[in-house]
Ligand binder design. Structure first.
Ligand SMILES: [Zn+2]
Length: 248
């Protein structure tokens, strides 16, 4: 068995490269096959994952299925042909985001940021992405919290900006517990999750864009936004994970 590197967003079990390559862990959603299996067993009104019966079953052309974070794995288990991203390209995409976040934290240009290049470490760093989703905080917030925690053991780097800590330490279970404590103190009433939820609603409903005669445009834009919001809210009735309109 290979090293366990990146944790499931839902059950927190960790998975390795061979699990990703054999579809026991899905990078597009950061969720493991074991969790998906349980969701597929649940009744349709609790989870629409992996169901093909109408009216709540998978419909790849519907807007609610397109907004669902589990769309690709759902299609895969139902036998559709889906092209899952290769782990290298998935990591590269996240690393661009991470490099920018590290540059912001250190106050340096992103061009001098150097991130770990070994496969295992690249996958370990994806835990920062998992945590940013689970705790509804930015990667920059996580870096500030963790780099501050490890400030006494960070290795200096000449002329470059690096993490200065091993990826295994930075993304280990102790770091996760630390992040959980800090998030619980920083957002005692779950403000982070509320902000995440409303940002998602804004994105799905479409934000009004204003130009020209401000008052008139504002009225028209808000009216359009209101109509779209209610249309969307009516449409998004499927029980997909993270559906911001759905109240359980
Ligand atoms: Zn899982």
């Amino acid at each position: 068995m290979g090293a366990v590197l990146v944790e499931c967003l839902s059950c927190r079990r960790r998975y390795g490269l061979d699990d990703i390559e054999s579809s026991r862990y899905f990078l597009p959603s950061m969720i493991c096959y074991q969790c998906y299996g349980q969701w597929q067993q649940k009744p349709q009104r609790e989870s629409c994952f992996g169901k093909d019966r109408p009216p709540l079953g998978l419909d790849p052309t519907s807007p609610d299925c397109q907004a669902c974070p589990d769309r690709l794995p759902c299609m895969a288990v139902l036998g559709y042909y889906v092209q899952l991203p290769r782990w290298q390209s998935f990591c590269s995409r996240f690393e661009r985001h991470l490099a920018q976040a590290l540059a912001n934290v250190e106050g340096v240009p992103p061009s001098i940021v150097i991130l770990p290049s070994k496969a295992n470490d690249r996958l370990r760093l994806l835990n920062l992405y998992v945590w940013s989703l689970r705790y509804a905080v930015t990667v920059e917030f996580l870096l500030r919290v963790l780099l501050d925690k490890y400030r006494n053991v960070r290795q200096p780097s000449n002329g470059f900006a690096t993490l200065g800590v091993r990826a295994a330490t930075l993304c280990g279970v102790k770091s996760r517990q630390w992040v959980e404590d800090v998030v619980a103190k920083a957002y005692p009433n779950g403000e982070n999750h509320l902000a995440y939820r409303s940002a998602m609603i804004m994105r799905l409903a479409g934000m009004p864009r204003i130009s020209g005669d401000i008052l008139q445009s504002y009225g028209t834009a808000m009216e359009r936004y209101r109509q779209r919001y209610y249309q969307c809210a009516e449409r998004y009735y499927r029980p997909w994970r993270g559906n911001p309109w759905r109240v359980l």
